[in-house]
Ligand binder design. Structure first.
Ligand code: HMG
Ligand code: MG
Length: 310
């Protein structure tokens, strides 16, 4: 078996997709064992060498809330000169100050569509969290940074169950109106299905949010992340979040498992003839190396298939 799928293009899909790689942030934030800063820096360098052009590096959040990323000040200077985009998460102005002090050029704030997750993740109501982001986003833009707005629990919430589309649209619009240039729709616990994805994207378009500003962020808990991604591509979305080797989860949403694995995504996109610039063999080798560092195999089906030794 060759290391690449046969290519059969579909003219209804975009010609190129930008992968927003979140393994070093969303992936590692959930690891129980401490990952040395050197290993994280090497991981980011290898991801860049494999052709990923946007690599979320770390978070400037409260170190007690996410101990695994408490080394952000040590890590960021080691990777910041790589010729790639290196967004970092900032929840508030304190986080922004820390990111600016180190020369970050892109930041992301992260809102929730539900009250329960806003409380668990940010210690705020949804509107209090938006009020915390407003000055953060304004100052980031004034400082010349690009700002992404994440929205969690877009398709379901572990405490509240189903999340009405209108609720998601309201908070997404608030982030868009604040000035976030990209809006990433998070299926934090991986419960979305393709029709739901299509319905949310349509509702956002009807509310005035163009598809060109939307990214999708699927966790793969129920094995739906790739089908949901295909639904989003059919709708015209061209930015897809994924995590090398399928690392991931969220420390404040217990039912969240890893993100869509970047290798699984690249296998599908390569097969569809959609350009990503990613070298699948180099990426797989990176995830195999990272799995060795973490002491357990990657959950990505593609990583397993490509690294299987007879
Ligand atoms: P809080 O306890 O309400 O904080 O936490 P506070 O505002 O009351 O401040 C308390 C103290 O923390 C103060 O210090 C602040 O200076 C300090 P004191 O005056 O008492 O000495 N502090 C900070 N220190 C360092 N860096 C900071 C910072 N902010 C305040 N940035 C807070 C509120 C937002 C800080 C906290 O809840 C937090 O850090 N949460 C982050 C949680 C997180 O990172 N979750 C994972 C990322 S989200 C995710 O994974 C979902 C996503 O992948 C999409 C999806 O899948 O859905 C993006
Ligand atoms: Mg996530």
């Amino acid at each position: 078996m060759s290391g690449l799928p046969m290519t059969v293009s579909d003219p209804a899909l975009p010609a190129r997709v930008r992968i927003h790689e979140v393994g070093a942030r969303d992936g590692l934030q959930n690891e129980k064992t401490a990952v040395p800063t050197d290993v994280k820096a090497e991981f980011v360098r290898r991801l860049a060498a494999a052709g990923l052009t946007t690599i979320e590096a770390t978070s400037f959040v409260h170190p007690k809330w996410v101990p695994q990323l408490a080394d952000a000040e040590e890590l960021f200077p080691r990777v910041r000169d790589l010729p790639v985009r290196l967004p970092v998460l900032v929840p508030n102005e304190r986080g922004l100050d820390r990111a600016l002090a180190l020369g970050a050029r892109e930041v992301a704030v992260f809102a929730s569509a539900t009250e329960s997750f806003a409380k668990a993740n940010l210690n705020r109501t949804v509107d209090e969290a938006l009020a915390m982001f407003e000055p953060t986003v304004t100052r980031a833009i004034e400082s010349g940074l690009k700002v992404r707005g994440y929205l969690s629990m877009c398709f379901g919430d572990p405490w509240e169950g189903a999340v009405p589309v209108e609720q998601v649209v309201r908070v997404t619009k608030a982030l868009a109106d604040m000035g976030c240039d990209e809006l990433s729709l998070g299926d934090t616990i991986g419960v979305a299905t393709p029709g739901h994805v299509q319905a949310l994207l349509t509702a956002l378009n009807e509310a005035g949010v163009p598809t060109s500003r939307i990214a999708v962020h699927f966790h793969d808990t129920y094995g739906q992340a790739l089908s949901n991604t295909l639904a989003a591509l059919r709708h015209g979305v061209t930015t897809v979040d994924a995590s090398a080797g399928g690392l991931g989860g969220c420390p404040y949403a217990k039912s969240a498992t890893g993100n869509l694995a970047t290798e699984d995504l690249v296998w599908m996109l390569d097969g569809l003839g959609i350009e990503t610039g990613v070298d699948l063999a180099a990426l797989t080798a990176t995830s195999v190396w990272m799995a060795e560092q973490l002491g357990r195999p990657s959950p990505s089906r593609t990583v397993r298939a490509l690294s299987h030794k007879e």
